[in-house]
Design a protein around this ligand. Structure first.
Ligand code: BTN
Length: 323
């Protein structure tokens, strides 16, 4: 869209730029540039204009939009990113696109999700402008058993993105939650499509939700969830976080599954579940034990209270002591 390209130019201009120069650069009319500036102002961008000097971007609202991503990731990468103001679920939408043949690397981001989905049929609260809700499409050439580790790789990518964009070190609770100050900062939902006859992976959608600027959480989440703002007292940029996350997920796309040892080590050293007393449900029974290690395939080895070792590959593990 012209508006996104005009914004990208304004973001990259230190002082001011004439409407004429923008229209020449984009190959569009002056009227189109003017309309784009009006639309950006409506979205909360403060853009001054003078007949002599042209346009100057004074302030960005920091909302997620393609123009902001063009500046951070380049035009070519941004072309595969679709931004929505409101959507039911970025995972659901991207799965539809994947069925219609979307390319690997396609990303869907929304400012708000009305039916954000979490693991095990739970919902994921996705209030407008307060979090990053992002899904990316992968088409890995790997065995189904390798694909089971994908969520753990995505957790390492999300942890690294939080560090680069906000300077914060967070932990990972097995298998896929990012943890900050002992509370949940982010969750990951990975969904796969497999061809029934060949058993081959058709596509994989990794959906990541990060709490960014919520001031508090209500009800059940009130003492379980945290946002970056609640921890630091500062407002982190959702655009910076999205750009860093896309860069990290692009690396995962390139490196999966070959660089397993490196990701496993990063995962292991961030995993807050290790060496903790844990409990988990299996076949309707609750087991207690101590989390011993992250094994070869990112499973969790638990030494149960009956001294049997159990290797968990999925499901939910609760930590019984503080982390
Ligand atoms: C969980 O914590 O159980 C996983 C939460 C995953 C939420 C993200 S937000 C972007 C993507 N779209 C969804 O509907 N869910 C994932």
């Amino acid at each position: 869209m012209i508006k996104d390209q005009v914004l990208a130019i304004l973001l990259q201009t230190d002082n001011c730029i004439s409407g004429e120069k923008i229209s020449a650069e984009l190959g569009v009319t002056r009227a189109a540039v003017n309309a784009a500036v009006q639309a950006l102002r409506k979205e909360g961008y403060e853009i001054s204009s003078s007949t002599k000097k042209g346009y100057t971007l004074k302030k960005s609202p920091g909302n997620m939009c393609p123009g902001e991503l063009i500046v951070r990731l380049g035009k070519e990468r941004a072309e595969k990113i679709i931004c929505f103001e409101t959507i039911d679920s970025t995972n659901t939408y991207l799965k539809q696109l994947a069925q219609e043949g979307a390319e690997a690397g396609t990303v869907v981001i929304a400012s708000e999700q009305t039916a954000g989905r979490g693991r095990q049929g739970r919902s994921f609260e996705s209030p407008k402008g307060e979090g990053l809700y992002l899904s990316m499409l992968f088409k890995p050439q790997c065995k189904l058993s390798d694909a089971a580790q994908f969520t753990a790789w995505a957790a390492v990518a999300a942890m690294r993105a939080v560090k680069s964009a906000a300077g914060i070190d967070c932990g990972i609770k097995w298998v896929n939650d990012l943890i900050l100050d002992g509370k949940k900062l982010a969750g990951i939902l990975t969904e796969l499509s497999i061809e029934a006859e060949s058993g081959e992976i058709q596509y994989l959608v990794a959906g990541i939700g990060i709490n960014v600027s919520q001031k508090s959480f209500k009800g059940e989440l009130s003492n379980k969830a945290i946002s970056l703002s609640m921890s630091t007292g500062k407002k982190a940029s959702i655009c910076d976080l999205a750009a860093e996350l896309i860069k990290e997920l692009d690396k995962v796309a390139e490196e999966f599954p070959e660089r397993k040892a490196e990701y496993r080590e990063a995962y292991r050293s961030a995993c807050v579940t290790l060496n903790k007393e844990v409990s988990y449900e299996k076949n309707g029974e609750t087991f207690y034990g101590r989390a011993l290690m992250i094994d070869e395939d990112f499973g969790l080895t638990v030494l149960r209270s009956d001294f049997k070792e159990e290797h968990l590959f999925s499901g939910e593990v609760s930590i019984r002591s503080a982390y």
